[in-house]
Design a protein around this ligand. Structure first.
Ligand code: 5GP
Length: 119
C-alpha cells in the first residue's frame, strides 16, 4: 500500500497544520487529539512515513521502534497515568476503523475507561 504524503498527520509533521504538542524527539511527535474521548487523549506518531502498526513493525529500524515505545512510556509517566492505568489503541485498516493512514497510538486515560469495545 502507498503512503499518502498528504494525510493529516504528515501535514502536522511538516508544520502545515498546528497541533497541541505534548512531546517531541528525533523520531517521535505526540499531540492532543482534536476530539478527545477521555480526559487525557494523546496521539503518538513516528516521524517516519509508516501507514500502520504492521507497516511500522515490519519496516521501521530498531532505533525508531525503541524510541516510539519509550516515548509512549514517558508520556504516560508525564501525565500521571502509570499508577491508575491507561489504554493504548492502534486502529489499523478498514476493520480497525483507522481514519488517518499514518501509524499512531492513542493514549487514553484520566478516568476508568470501561470495557475495551462497545458491544
Ligand atoms: P484513527 O481513527 O485513525 O485511529 O484516529 C484518528 C484520530 O485523529 C481521531 O481520534 C481524530 O480525532 C484525530 N484527528 C483527526 N484530525 C486531527 C487533527 O487535525 N488534529 C488532531 N490533533 N487530531 C486529529
Amino acid at each position: 500500500m502507498h503512503y499518502d504524503e498528504n494525510n493529516i498527520f504528515a501535514r502536522i509533521l511538516r508544520g502545515e497544520i498546528p497541533c497541541q504538542k505534548v512531546y517531541e524527539d528525533d523520531h517521535v511527535l505526540a499531540f492532543n487529539d482534536i476530539a478527545p474521548k477521555a480526559p487525557v487523549h494523546i496521539l503518538v506518531i513516528p516521524k517516519g512515513a509508516y501507514i500502520s502498526i504492521d507497516d511500522f513493525g515490519a519496516h521501521a529500524p530498531a532505533e525508531e521502534i525503541k524510541a516510539f515505545y519509550a516515548a509512549v512510556a514517558k508520556i504516560a509517566a508525564d501525565h500521571d497515568l502509570q499508577g491508575k492505568g491507561f489504554r493504548t489503541i492502534a486502529n489499523t485498516g478498514l476493520n480497525g476503523g483507522q481514519e488517518v493512514p499514518h501509524f499512531h497510538v492513542h493514549i487514553l486515560g484520566g478516568k476508568a475507561l470501561g470495557p475495551m469495545l462497545a458491544s
